[in-house]
Design a protein around this ligand. Structure first.
Ligand code: IMP
Length: 434
């Protein structure tokens, strides 16, 4: 089995961590291809629970390789802290973790600018995670980025000169644009701080493009683990309320340096309802009502990275259908179905309608339209009985199966896995995922 991509179909936090963890058993390599420590993947097994931000979830499986491809932006300090925390919990992190020497670094000024820019935007803020991810990708595209590989012994002078040029501009922005009184960025301070961190990261650095392709040549299974979700993709998401990377399946190719012909299957992860962290379009959002409170509390919908309470709402078929199309999804895994256990009625948005009564069957692409559409719902009877931990489809109440069947019809891809609880074993495998 060659490359398999795991991708979120909504706005992230769909529960990818659990599926990646389940599939890791049969994979040889687990690779992240984009994003940075803005991501938060929760993995639970036994009585243990871990939140990972950078390290792939495959790290918990002995004998597997975990890879951060060149499309990931890395805050070296955050990565080292995560590695230390994992080791402190008895998880082995050594030769089983490989990080691309082409990864761009999240620099101290990226983190500062992320926060300053959000502050400046005021009410128009994106609601970023404040981890410096957007500014790091900006600099990457503007060819102003600094990569792990730039820290070569003997080339310190060249790198310092580049950094000096970069900082000249950053310091002008800091004072004139952001009107910040913070201390100016200092070349030597930044260089020395980073050089020490990069040295500690060096044992993990390598040419991961070559590594991943070699593994595929050997017939090994590589699981490409997407971060965030389809509608946070910089091209296909609800722009500008998106993250700054390619979260969709195509990002696995560019972010790990593999050809599209290497991808055998794309698996979409979908929450049985919808959540979003940060600002931006969310047609089925429920605010300050009982539905919101039930979804938020039963689903424990709190951001794994920032601790922000997530916005919650009903399932939106347009969002998932578009994700199926953009990613070429062959199978869906439905997560957190048990969160809906108590509702007398469950709702699915099947279309949108604007004030003139025009019907839409797709997510609006323009900001003006975002706020102008209302969802059209289809109501189904709820099952009102606990399904937590059920492992066989036939044991699910008929109403839950009807809800899943409708989700499947509307999404346009078969549902292969249903999650009935956070633990590995709380899973229904309807048909093989791969
Ligand atoms: P950034 O990625 O920090 O620039 O944030 C941009 C948008 O993506 C914000 O709305 C964030 O809340 C959202 N975002 C970033 N990472 C995640 C994630 O892992 N899960 C859910 N939302 C995320």
């Amino acid at each position: 089995m060659p490359g398999i991509v795991i991708v979120g179909t909504q706005w992230g936090d769909e529960g990818k961590g659990k599926v990646v963890d389940l599939l890791s058993e049969r994979a040889d390599v687990i690779a992240r291809y984009q994003g940075g420590n803005n991501a938060g993947h929760t993995v639970k097994f036994g009585d243990r629970s871990f939140i990972l931000h950078l390290v792939p979830s495959g790290i918990f499986w002995p004998g597997k390789l975990s890879v951060l491809g060149s499309g990931v932006v890395v805050d070296p300090e955050a990565m080292l802290a995560e590695i230390e925390a994992l080791r402190g919990d008895g998880v082995e992190v050594g030769a089983n973790l490989k990080v691309s020497d082409q990864c761009h670094l999240v620099m101290p000024y990226h983190k500062a600018f992320d926060k300053l820019r959000e502050h400046l935007r005021g009410a128009g803020k994106i609601g970023t995670t404040g981890r410096g991810i957007g500014p790091a990708y900006e600099d990457k595209m503007a060819r102003r980025g600094v990569r792990f590989g730039d820290f070569q012994p003997g080339y310190e002078h060249e790198l310092k000169e580049r950094l000096r040029e970069i900082l000249e501009e950053k310091n002008v922005l800091l004072r004139s644009h952001f009107r910040s009184e913070d201390a100016l960025f200092d070349v030597n301070q930044i260089f020395d701080g980073l050089a020490a961190l990069v040295e500690r990261c060096r044992p993990f650095l390598c040419d991961t493009t070559r590594l991943v392709n070699e593994q595929l040549d050997l017939g090994k299974t590589v699981l490409f683990e997407g971060a965030q979700g389809t509608h946070l993709d910089v091209d296909h998401g609800t722009y500008p309320y998106v993250t700054s990377s390619s979260t969709t399946a195509g990002g696995a190719c560019t972010g790990c340096g593999v050809g599209p012909t290497r991808i055998a299957r794309v698996i979409g992860i979908v929450k049985a309802y919808t959540t979003r962290v940060g600002e931006g379009y969310f047609a089925t959002e429920q605010k300050d009502n009982e539905v919101y409170r039930t979804l938020q509390t039963r689903g424990q919908e709190v951001g794994a990275t920032t601790g922000r309470v997530r916005r919650c709402g009903w399932f939106d078929a347009m969002v998932v259908r578009e994700a199926v199309r953009v990613n070429g999804i062959a199978a869906l895994a439905v997560m957190k179905l048990d969160v809906l256990d108590t509702f007398p009625t469950v709702r699915l948005a099947v279309a949108y309608q604007d004030a003139q009564g025009t019907r839409f069957d797709h997510v609006p692409h323009w900001m003006g339209q975002y706020g102008a559409v209302e969802p059209i719902y289809e109501d189904l009877p709820g099952w009102q009985t606990p399904i937590v931990g059920i492992t066989e489809l036939s044991k699910l109440p008929q109403q839950a199966r009807a809800y899943l069947n409708r989700m499947e019809e509307l999404s346009g891809a078969p549902i292969s896995l249903i999650s009935t609880g956070p633990r590995r074993e709380e899973t229904i495998l309807r048909r093989p995922l791969v």
